[in-house]
Design a protein around this ligand. Structure first.
Ligand code: 5AD
Length: 452
């Protein structure tokens, strides 16, 4: 049977989709190639959020295609995911060596399409159609397959698509309308993962706080998403629950209150703010203002004072003035994010912002990016330093990249902790004392609680 290599760009949802495709192919007898150099099938799972992500994947495919054409002409090449969805056949016109283009609602068809191509039944396949029920097809995990080490954490996709239509964002066009899986379906997948040794689950979706909105009625004041969190929380043996990405407007009191009530729900939230300027938030179509956003953070910190809060910020949205940018700087100072992903605005096809007036020149965009990054990094470093001397509970995920005696885990607030340990710690919840910090990393010493 052939071997496959999948390279993933972009978000956790893409990682999860790639994993599900890999699992699907392994179940059919494929092996997983360690590098693209030895693979019979090479798939790039792509991201469209910014132009740079698209250019990277296209550049990579050009290199692979040049090599394959010369040395291994039978290798099958494919694009999957968001860029495949939004560019479709155009990708094959541009890169004629590509055999397969699979959109975001067709991952489950990958094995069948590869069969057809490998058997010579069809030369090229492009499938970017919508498919009803496709949100429930990303189910298979590779955790129990041929891997030697068991995974401790896992992603579970709970919904697909987004109806928010932020004016800068391509996602509603690449991932489609919001569609949610049912609560029993999600819980069954989580149960199976826990039975296989998983102790932490991250629920995934483009806008998870909109989960089940249309299908599952509010019950006792609780949204469908909070009902799902409660159902997953019931699973015995599961230790931790996280989710990403929520939308700030989905942080009703029911969700805020869940952080105080559900002990498995980790005290961490990735809450994309995008801008601190009310004027820009409106132009972005975000559905909240600065005051509302700050209010949510305040409420969360009241329920869980040590909450880890991270965000996404776009600099250089069309029309962003120095005053608007200063508002983002001041909001960042006021909230003191634990970390922020700062994106330079990138015009995306079909989005309203791409044709808005006053696009920000590149040099200003770069300068603002650098200023904000410095501010965010400074605040974050202080936050990390403040943890020195504290004891934190971590879930040990496995070896760090630095070698087998250095293990890695994460605190409940989602900060990475490295410590000297061994394989026997994998999967354990343990207390470590924080001894020093590195860049966005804590170093810990296994602690015996109540002894110091
Ligand atoms: N340009 C720059 N950043 C973007 N993001 C989404 N669309 C764009 C764009 N056109 C960022 C947002 C989002 C994150 C995933 O990517 O901050 O939260």
């Amino acid at each position: 049977m052939p071997s496959v290599y999948i390279k993933t760009y972009g978000c956790q949802m893409n990682e999860r989709d790639s994993e599900a495709v890999a699992a699907q192919l392994v179940a059919k007898g494929y092996s997983l190639a360690a590098t693209e150099k030895t693979a019979d099938v090479i798939l790039l799972n792509t991201c469209s959020v910014r132009d740079m992500a698209e250019q990277k994947a296209i550049g990579k495919m050009q290199n692979i295609a040049a090599d394959v054409r010369k040395n291994r002409p039978d290798v099958v090449l494919g694009f999957m995911g968001c860029m495949a969805q939004s560019r479709g056949k155009q990708l094959i016109d541009q890169l004629p060596d590509v055999d397969l283009v699979i959109g975001t609602q067709k991952f489950h068809r990958t094995a069948d399409y590869l069969d057809e191509i490998i058997q010579g039944k069809r030369a090229k396949i492009v499938d970017v159609a919508a498919e009803q029920g496709s949100e429930a097809t990303i189910k298979e995990h590779i955790l129990f397959g041929k891997t030697t080490t068991k995974a401790i954490t896992a992603f579970v996709s709970i919904m697909q698509g987004c109806n928010q239509y932020c004016t800068f964002c391509i996602v509603p066009y690449t991932r489609g309308e919001e569609r949610s899986r049912t609560i029993p379906d999600v819980v069954a997948e989580c149960r199976q993962l826990v039975a296989g040794g998983v102790r932490e689950i991250t629920l995934l979706g483009q806008i998870v706080t909109s989960y089940g909105k249309r299908d599952i009625p509010i019950k006792d004041g609780k949204s469908a998403f909070v009902q799902l969190l409660e159902a997953v929380h019931e699973i015995e043996g599961l230790e931790r629950i996280r989710f990403t990405s929520p939308h700030p407007k989905g942080y009703g009191d029911d969700l805020v209150e869940a952080y105080g009530r559900l002990p498995k729900l980790c005290e961490s939230a990735h809450l994309p703010v995008q801008s601190g300027s009310d004027r820009l938030l409106k132009l972005m179509h975000r559905g909240y203002n600065r005051e509302r956003f700050s209010g949510i953070i305040e409420k969360l910190r009241k329920v869980q004072p040590g909450m880890g809060i991270t965000t996404d910020i776009i600099v250089g949205f069309p029309g962003e003035t120095e005053a608007d940018f200063e508002e983002t700087m001041s909001l960042s100072r006021a909230i003191r994010f634990d970390n922020a992903y700062i994106f330079k605005y990138s015009p995306r096809r079909d989005t309203p912002a791409a044709s808005m007036p006053d696009q920000v020149p590149q040099d200003i965009l770069e300068a603002r990016h650098a200023r904000l990054l410095e501010l965010i990094n400074g605040i974050a470093a202080k936050g990390y330093d403040e943890r020195i001397g504290r004891t934190e509970q971590i879930l040990v995920e496995g070896e760090s990249k630095k070698g087998p005696r250095r293990m890695t885990g994460r605190t409940r607030c989602n900060k990475i902790v490295l410590f000297d340990g061994s394989e026997r710690h994998r999967g354990q919840l343990m207390d470590v004392k924080i001894t020093h910090t590195g860049s966005f990393t804590l170093y810990g010493d296994p602690a015996i609680v109540n002894l110091d």
